[in-house]
Design a protein around this ligand. Structure first.
Ligand code: 13P
Ligand code: SF4
Length: 365
């Protein structure tokens, strides 16, 4: 990595309009050499500069298909890692703010997952009976773990197909880090709640008995999203009392109870599609991140659709929010001046195993 020509401190006090003008100018200068990917949770001032936007699956495919020399990922750390793994070695993935992580992804790490695998091996032979499935919201070394153990990656939009693929191979799944996506998807496939047990990584043997491990179809890691756990079934009940005609749509990272009370459950891309295609005048209660809901509301106002955020308190993804126009202007102006800042580079060996698990996912349509 070369030294930055322009330090980030020079950007901290710029206002958003000035940043926007400088981002546009730097993008023009870079032309096809640079592509900006934006997740749906990004704030408007950043999102409007994205060349491609979408949910995690779509953005993974966009990163894999890109020819650009620089892939600037306006999202969170694991997304930029995926872009680095799936792009060619000479392409460079960049995360505008290195502090943009994902608190759910941080709930699982390689030490704890290795320990879990070892503890499972005292009860069964996991390499014969268990497919490890990691939600894409996880560090690259956990994707590599899945690659090494004939496992796979999933996103919120393909989790069912990925679990079907997994059960075609082995009888059980270890699903990490999000218990809710695992449980909601498993239940939709007809797996009873009793056959989905939670692995508490802070307890010996996950806090489970040998019989519980043997009888489980899915072992769910005890992770969750701090944003989606804010949505409660009583929020839905209260809203429906006031507006009974409302349709409820949630992200599968929300709890089982919230998803059971929702008319539709799906990824960010799915939520946007369903609400956009709904009849004019319809009313929606949406259980996902605030920036997405606010933007959807703006986009659907013309059709007189009423779109409401599920929680009475403001809960946005604070790490997604870290990417601001100041950081985006900083990385782009440095790139335009020939200096790479904030490169995300997954070590080669880890990237090869992680790519195996990601490629397995991408081959499933
Ligand atoms: P999507 O893949 O549905 O965009 O979800 C990513 C995410 O982090 C949701 O919290
Ligand atoms: Fe992670 Fe939750 Fe933010 Fe999604 S919304 S990036 S799962 S912390």
């Amino acid at each position: 990595m070369t030294t930055a020509t322009f330090p980030i401190q020079d950007y901290a006090l710029l206002d958003d309009d000035e940043c926007a003008a400088r981002i546009v100018a730097a993008k023009e200068k870079l032309g096809d050499r640079c592509v900006i990917l934006g997740h749906h949770y990004q704030r408007d001032e950043v999102f409007k500069h994205a060349d491609y936007y979408g949910d995690s699956l779509k953005l993974s495919r966009d990163a894999a298909a890109s020819d650009a020399e620089y892939i600037v990922f306006c999202g969170v750390h694991f997304m930029a890692e995926v872009a680095d793994i799936l792009s060619r070695p000479e392409q460079i993935a960049i995360l505008p703010d290195m502090a943009a992580g994902c608190s759910m992804a941080d709930m699982a790490n390689l030490i704890k997952v290795n320990k879990c695998w070892q503890e499972l091996s005292r009860v069964l032979d996991p390499d014969v009976t268990v497919t490890p499935v990691t939600y894409i919201n996880s560090a690259a070394d956990l994707k590599a773990f899945c690659g090494r153990h004939e496992g796979i990656v999933c996103t919120s939009s393909n989790a069912r197909k990925i679990l079907e693929w997994s059960f075609d191979r082995r009888g059980k799944v270890l699903f990490f880090p999000d218990q809710h996506l695992g449980r909601n998807t498993g239940y939709d496939m007809g797996i009873p709640l009793a056959e989905m047990v939670v692995w508490d990584f802070d307890k010996p043997q996950g806090g489970l008995t040998e019989a519980q491990i043997r009888d489980a179809k899915i072992i769910l890691w005890k992770g969750f999203c701090s944003v989606h756990q804010m949505f409660k079934p009583e929020h839905i009940d209260r809203f429906l009392e006031r507006y009974p005609e409302t349709q409820v749509i949630s992200h599968p990272e929300a709890s089982f109870e919230v998803c059971r009370k929702s008319d539709y459950v799906g990824s960010t891309e799915y939520i946007i599609k369903v609400v956009r295609e709904a009849p004019a005048g319809s009313r929606w209660l949406v259980g996902t991140e605030l920036n997405l809901v606010n933007r959807l509301n703006e986009q659907c106002k013309e059709q007189d659709k009423h779109i409401h955020f599920m929680s009475p308190t403001v809960c946005m993804c604070s790490t997604m929010f870290r990417t601001d126009p100041q950081h985006l202007a900083w990385v782009l102006e440095n790139l335009a001046a020939g200096h790479v800042v904030n490169r995300i580079e997954v070590p080669e060996k880890e990237a090869a195993s992680a790519k195996k698990a990601l490629d397995s996912m991408l081959s499933i349509h």
